[in-house]
Design a binder for this molecule. Structure first.
Ligand code: UTP
Length: 402
């Protein structure tokens, strides 16, 4: 092990690793330690992300969208038919809140029959591809933890009827998790506790996987990025695609009207004149409750992790560094006595970049309202708010047999 790493280990309180010093260290662990970016640990002292001046952004609202629907749709379908629209399924998360230890997309959301989350998403996409008479290239981001399972699951289920030639997988990067005192954690005798680096790194991981060439070869100009956990997710929605193209914006975001001023969702807004997302906890009560003349909340449109980005703009910002967020999560680890611990409550920090920070790098963004009941059924928890239960109810309300 290199001297710098030994010094780092000695300077922390990592007793398990200290005990290993001078002994035969498993090759994988040694490799991880030698290649680890220790500068992450310094981030713990500078966790405040500085924000600029916020202002409301509003949205293109449902009545306006309804009045221009056919026109938007024609533009969107035309782009899809010409293979200008690709879709990115963000499936690298660990779904710790759901407590399901496989990839979240492998979760069976069905009641009377099997209906996997991945399957439902593919069905949502197929509505569009059937109408367009063309496939939308689908890029699935996985992590080291679920890549093999995810690929095997798609293959076992014949890609749920989608054309496998249009499905590509790529793996996101991992970063070490640390305990609340900043000590790296060990998850197995031969491995540090590594976590996926958040959903912000998707484009750089896609490029690293060589898929930039695939985008170019196919002529993809727009990427619709979406979360695995919203089972009502409308993917490559031609109306949204068409509206964004016609708006002349380099990005678009689907938003829903907040149910109350304090709902725990990020709201699309402006920050120093650029599109941005203000988290619910960053809103002062004055901002949260502020309304316009019509009585609508000024920060009243929440994002649902469904964005459309221009590929040209993504390439332009590809080298820019996204801010690093430090989040508390439950991370299993081996304690100093060699005992494997599966914590019930958050015990560690993970370092993540977030896709919402990418929106701020866009020059502009079409804020596009959608009906919550029809398009937003996130599966975050096992029960309660945004859960398996609530998603099942919403699927049924939308006439989907489960
Ligand atoms: P969440 O923020 O809900 O995180 O992800 P999560 O890891 O899935 O779940 P919890 O917080 O541990 O319960 C939102 C979307 O971003 C993806 C997820 O798969 C989901 O589609 N994501 C998240 C990644 O692809 N990679 C990550 O590192 C984190």
């Amino acid at each position: 092990m290199n001297a710098n790493v030994i010094e780092k280990i000695n300077s922390t309180n990592q007793k398990y690793l200290k005990n290993l010093l001078g002994k035969q260290i498993p090759a994988r662990l040694e490799e991880q330690l030698n290649h680890m970016d220790w500068s992450y640990l310094d981030m713990l002292d500078q966790r405040e992300v500085k924000r600029g001046q916020f202002a409301p952004l509003g949205a293109m609202e449902l009545p306006e969208i309804a009045s221009k629907k056919e026109d938007f749709k024609a533009t969107g379908l035309d782009a899809i038919k010409n293979c200008k629209v690709g879709a990115i399924l963000l499936a690298g998360g660990q779904g710790t809140r759901l407590g399901f230890d496989k990839a979240k997309g492998m979760y069976n959301i069905g009641v009377n029959k099997e209906l996997y989350i991945f399957e439902q998403l593919i069905r949502n996409l197929q509505k569009v591809t059937d109408e367009a008479g063309a496939y939308v290239p689908l890029y699935v981001m996985t992590s080291d933890k679920n890549d093999a399972d995810t690929r095997a699951f798609f293959a076992e289920h014949n890609y749920f009827g989608y054309n496998p030639d249009f499905v590509k997988f790529f793996v996101q990067e991992m970063v070490p998790a640390v305990d609340f005192d900043g000590n790296v954690l060990i998850e197995a005798e031969d491995s540090l506790a590594m976590s996926p680096n958040g959903n912000g790194g998707w484009f750089s991981s896609l490029l690293k996987a060589g898929l930039g060439e695939d985008l170019k070869a196919k002529g993809v100009e727009w990427l619709n990025v979406f979360a695995v956990d919203n089972v009502l997710q409308q993917i490559a929605d031609p109306v949204f695609v068409g509206a964004t193209i016609q708006s002349g914006c380099v990005s678009g975001a689907k938003v829903v009207r907040k149910c109350d001023p304090y709902e725990r969702v990020g709201a699309l807004c402006l920050e120093d004149g650029k599109p941005s997302i203000i988290e619910y906890y960053e809103l002062t009560p004055e901002m949260a409750e502020a309304t316009n003349e019509a009585g609508s909340l000024l920060y009243g449109f929440g994002v649902i992790l469904n964005y459309l980005f221009s590929v040209e703009k993504l390439i332009e910002i590809a080298e820019k560094q996204l801010p690093l967020h430090i989040v508390e999560k439950k991370v299993p680890y081996i304690d100093e006595n060699g005992v494997f611990v599966k914590p019930e409550t958050p015990n560690a920090y993970k370092f993540e970049t977030l896709i919402l920070d990418m929106v701020y790098m866009m020059d502009n963004c079409l804020s596009f309202e959608v009906e919550r009941e029809k398009e937003f059924a996130p599966v975050k928890n096992a029960t309660g708010v945004d859960s398996v239960e609530s998603a099942r109810e919403l699927l049924q309300k939308n006439g989907i047999e489960i």
